[in-house]
Design a protein around this ligand. Sequence first.
Ligand SMILES: [Zn+2]
Length: 69
Amino acid sequence: MKTTEQRIAELEARVAELEKAAEQTTADNNNPLCVCCKDKPGDYELHATDWICDDCAQYMNDAGNELDT
Ligand SMILES: [Zn+2]
């Protein structure tokens, strides 16, 4: 049976982990430039070295939908 103090300590450790992960996610936007516009850092990884930004992904998605119809 865990004491309340132990549970709080565990939760605090978990919060610290999540905060660290969130910081890394933000810092991570040193992603390689988008292969499409070569202007913005990529948000999505297409292949090991090819990244695409949100805008281009959206554009490609729209274009893809048109091709499908
Ligand atoms: Zn782009």
